[in-house]
Design a protein. Sequence first.
Length: 297
Amino acid sequence: MSRFIESVLIPTDGSDGALAGAKRGIALASQTDANLHVLSVVESRISAADFDKLEHPSLEVKAKEAVEEIAGLAADHDDDLDVTTRVREGTPFQSIREYANRREIDVIAMGTKGSTGLDRVFLGSVTENVLRTARTPVLAVPPNAVETKIDDVPFDRLLLPTDGSDGAAIATEWGIALAVRLESSVHTLYSIDTSPLDDVPERDELLEALEERGEDVVDAVRERGEEADVSVSGSIVTGSPVVEITSYATEHDVDMIVMGTHGRTGIGQWFLGSVTENVVRQAEVPVFCVPVSAEPP
């Protein structure tokens, strides 16, 4: 299979959160034969109070140390990886997005939480802003993943939530392509949120229609998997999408969730960016977030 992922960008501030993202990013780059870019952004706007507390080495020196640490981890894991390191000054999420656009990065891999105090370059808000504005997929990695050794990073089981929207469709294409390249199995999940139907007289009829739609959507993912020779199992569940997605991932030992960052409006609006952001915040496994604007793999 061709290298549909040719470059992976890892933003870092030297925190444990950034390290968790880096480990998954290195593993993904290694398993897809991609080039690796490591970027640290020095915040260009520092308050006077923070500046007075600043200790040596300077923020720029710390940034250089942070990228070199990740480059060293990558070299130790796979000495065939082509690694580029850069330090930039600016607003973190904007600098990440601009670097990704200029270098035509295919995937951004980053932690969902950073450190505190003066080193708060990559807090959760930065990841969320990258998720909202990036035109390429973002692999968002929770802090607990820092304990995993790069050699032990698994991509065996992928969870692919779907609602049949355009956002879910492009995520399906990426999920299937990842499964082919990483030799993963795929679980697809359609969640029916019945709470808006509680006081509706036609509740049973609407629920039946949603269940039928769910079956059609899940079957479509299965068919796409069969075309690519990927094993796909499907489930239709009832409940809050965020709760059902995160619970399913935990109960079935999923290694990564692949989902779109935007869905359609109307009945399927549960799959809008807010749901993805809440899954990213609550999931115990990495979430591979695919924007509608992403190029098909």
